[in-house]
Design a protein around this ligand. Structure first.
Ligand code: C5P
Length: 399
């Protein structure tokens, strides 16, 4: 087991009798070379002491959300950003419920809500609590969020009852995490290419034809692919967005440059074409600024359709080709048409006539049209969350 070396684990310990086993989790993580920062909920401190946690982790223990000293050193956002993954063990019914409802009334729940990392929970509770419909619903929600649930196991409980609800043993939790690290290493063998943003089709040195695309959705997809271990290339038209660490960013301006950059960066396993590519370019781009009257004589010619060309490519077609469709009307009909005409595997369609989503918004609401004729409606959500959902579907499809 050597996937833990140098890994940064943020361990959240909740208030349950199984909290004593978390000390063993810390010991094992440290023994395997990880860095461990720990958060104790208020109730966890009734079961184990911050001193024993600090001694084992050799790190300061965090607990309060409004602790000036801790917050100025490392706040709840930085704690989540610091980590490679977040493990909640034991995860009590109470914390599970809070997280499933997006509550943020203490440091632990606030960190989870603010997290941009994969979250693992090892639940521990009485068998009746575990089987309660309300807890089951909460767990289902967490699974849908993409959180990974480890256990619980069946056995004798501290309360004297028998059944499902025992926290998974520390060594087995580590095995689970080890497998996860192993699978992300494997995923690295997957290559992804994303196009994003608008294109600028120059008329002369100062004017161009373009559109309102912000590039946000494509950048979020590239970020999520990277987070999930893909070797990711992002080919971006002009945007105001920051480069993403460890993503190979290629900046282009025109559709033609985007097409050439795409061809140069194949083959890949998955290609996601989220760019709003201009359909036309100016036939004879002028080197000098043109006069007003010359606008009437502009000649346009078609740009290469990057998505269609790559999707129909004999030798370089990626395993999954995903296109986007921004429509103001006839969303279903046009998306299905695009799916077949451009030979892609999925078309992700959004209705851009709704001003609160699409374009410059941080939110999006889409339907995914699959090759097998099925359609999946995804409710309105942050573009970053939607990106995670798209990427988890891609991973499912690739494996
Ligand atoms: O035909 P339409 O422009 O609506 O298709 C949108 C989809 O096709 C998007 O995925 C977009 O990135 C892609 N596209 C492309 N090259 C073009 C035009 C569109 O890759 N020239």
């Amino acid at each position: 087991m050597n996937n833990f070396k140098g890994k940064k684990i943020l361990l959240i310990i909740c208030g349950g009798i199984a909290a004593y086993k978390s000390l063993e989790i810390i010991r094992l993580l440290k023994k395997n070379g990880s860095f461990v920062k720990t958060i104790l909920t208020k109730n966890a401190k009734k079961f184990i002491t911050p001193l024993s946690v600090a001694s084992l982790s050799q790190e300061k223990v965090y607990s309060d959300l409004f602790d000036h000293k801790n917050e100025s050193e490392m706040d709840h956002i930085s704690l989540s950003r610091w980590s490679d993954l977040i493990l909640i063990a034991p995860a009590t019914a109470n914390t599970i419920a809070k997280i499933s409802y997006g509550m943020a009334d203490d440091l632990a729940s606030t960190i989870v809500l603010a997290a941009n990392k994969n979250i693992f929970l090892a639940p521990a509770m009485n068998v009746r609590m575990w089987e309660h419909i309300s807890n089951k619903e909460n767990i289902k929600k967490l699974k849908n969020f993409g959180y990974k649930i480890i256990g619980p196991e069946i056995g004798d409980m501290a309360c004297g009852e028998f059944g499902e609800g025992k926290m998974t043993e520390p060594q087995s939790i580590l095995n689970f995490l080890n497998n996860y690290f192993e699978s992300t290493k494997k995923k690295n063998k997957y290559k992804a290419l994303v196009t994003a943003g608008p294109t600028h089709e120059y008329i002369d040195p100062v004017r161009y034809i373009s559109n309102r695309s912000s590039g946000k959705q494509g950048y979020e997809i590239a970020k999520s692919l990277k987070k999930n271990g893909f070797d990711t290339t992002l080919i971006s038209g002009p945007t105001n967005l920051e480069p993403i660490p460890e993503v190979n960013l290629i900046k282009v301006r025109s559709a033609e440059e985007m097409y050439n950059a795409t061809l140069e960066n194949l083959p890949v396993d998955v290609a996601i074409f989220s760019a709003a590519v201009s359909d036309y370019k100016v036939k004879n781009k002028e080197n000098e600024k043109i006069k007003k009257k010359d606008f009437m004589n502009l000649n346009l010619e078609k740009n290469p359709d990057i998505l269609a060309n790559i999707s129909k490519h004999n030798s370089l077609r990626p395993k999954i080709v995903i296109g986007f469709a921004a429509e103001t009307n006839n969303l279903n009909k046009n998306s299905k048409k695009k799916l077949s005409e451009k030979n892609c595997d999925w078309i992700i369609a959004n209705n851009v006539s709704d001003k609160s989503i699409g374009f410059d918004s941080d939110f999006n609401e889409v339907s995914i049209f699959y090759k097998n004729n099925s359609i999946e409606k995804i409710p309105k959500m942050k573009k970053s969350l939607l990106a995670d959902q798209i990427v988890s579907k891609v991973i499912y499809y690739l494996n």
